[in-house]
Design a protein. Structure first.
Length: 292
């Protein structure tokens, strides 16, 4: 009797967990579709701006801007790490953290000073667990990062870079190539690297008429391209988080189904053994009464 009660309690517990994981899977699926659409739109826009700079370079225009100039002195660098505010997304955060810790060590060796900034509670906790200092923490970039919030961050980076207070900005995040392929990367966003002429076909040199001038156009395009590239990192990171959580919850639900099937089989066997034992006790009792 005791064994069947234990198995029945375990079945009820697994059913409750399955309801939670299934619900979280459905929520992540809905959020993933919205995040994927935003990431795709942001990526297309960023690619188009990058292609435009490439066309300007291919047309023979000298693409120059202070944000494009690499610094000979290596005084201070910034490492921005994008993680999630919530867990239950498999190895999403740990993969980014491993790469970020490696890049942090590399930048510390190359630059006199390093500032580490982390977006997401999980990343802050991971750095605290490793006893590594974090200079800035951001918790408002959730599953739907807003361009206005990212623009504030981008403006500060550009102002510090142009003012000589920082010489490099790296971003560690999860790059989204497709639904089936996401992987952690660290990209250097400042100094911004304009696409080379060879990357845009080098043979075709389109002709442009600039109004008012190439310099004034680049003054607008280069900073805006940097903002969009940073925003793209946040969008792809948010979409990859939902994919990771969706897959993790789906796997957990399938494991719960498998556990329920095994527990039900064990419960039925225990119940059958218990019933057989009770029948034998009744038969034995009846035979004892007849013998008297």
């Amino acid at each position: 009797m005791g064994k069947t009660k234990v198995l029945d309690r375990r079945r009820r517990s697994v059913r409750n967990i399955r309801k939670i994981t299934r619900t979280m899977e459905l929520i992540s699926t809905a959020q993933f579709k919205r995040a994927m659409d935003r990431a795709a739109a942001g990526s297309a826009f960023a690619d188009r701006l990058t292609a435009l700079l490439g066309h300007l370079a291919a047309s023979g225009t000298e693409v120059t801007h202070p944000l494009l100039q690499a610094r000979s002195e290596r005084r201070q660098a910034v490492l921005l790490v994008l993680t999630s505010n919530r867990g239950l997304c498999a190895g999403y955060n740990s993969s980014v953290m491993r790469l970020a810790v490696l890049r942090r060590k590399q930048l510390e060796e190359e630059y006199a000073k390093l500032s580490v900034e982390v977006s997401g509670k999980r990343g802050v906790s991971a750095f605290r667990f490793r006893r590594l200092p974090v200079d800035e923490r951001y918790f408002h970039f959730d599953t739907r990062p807003a361009f206005a919030d990212v623009e504030v961050l981008a403006r500060r980076y550009m102002e510090d870079f142009l003012g000589g207070r920082i010489d490099r900005v790296d971003v560690a995040y999860t790059k989204l190539e497709s639904v089936s392929r996401q992987y952690p990367v660290v990209e250097t966003l400042l100094p911004y690297q304009a696409p080379a002429e060879e990357e845009n076909g080098g043979l075709h040199r389109p002709e442009y008429d600039f109004l008012p001038s190439p310099h004034s156009i680049l003054e607008e395009i280069v900073p805006f391209t940097f903002k969009i590239r940073l925003f793209r990192c946040f969008l792809e990171s948010a979409a990859a988080e939902q994919i990771a959580r969706m897959i993790a919850m789906r796997t957990a639900t399938e494991n719960a189904d498998s556990m329920l099937a095994n527990l039900s089989m064990a419960y039925n066997r225990a119940r059958q053994t218990q019933i057989t034992s009770e029948i034998l006790e009744i038969v034995s009792g009846a035979e004892a009464l007849q013998a008297e």
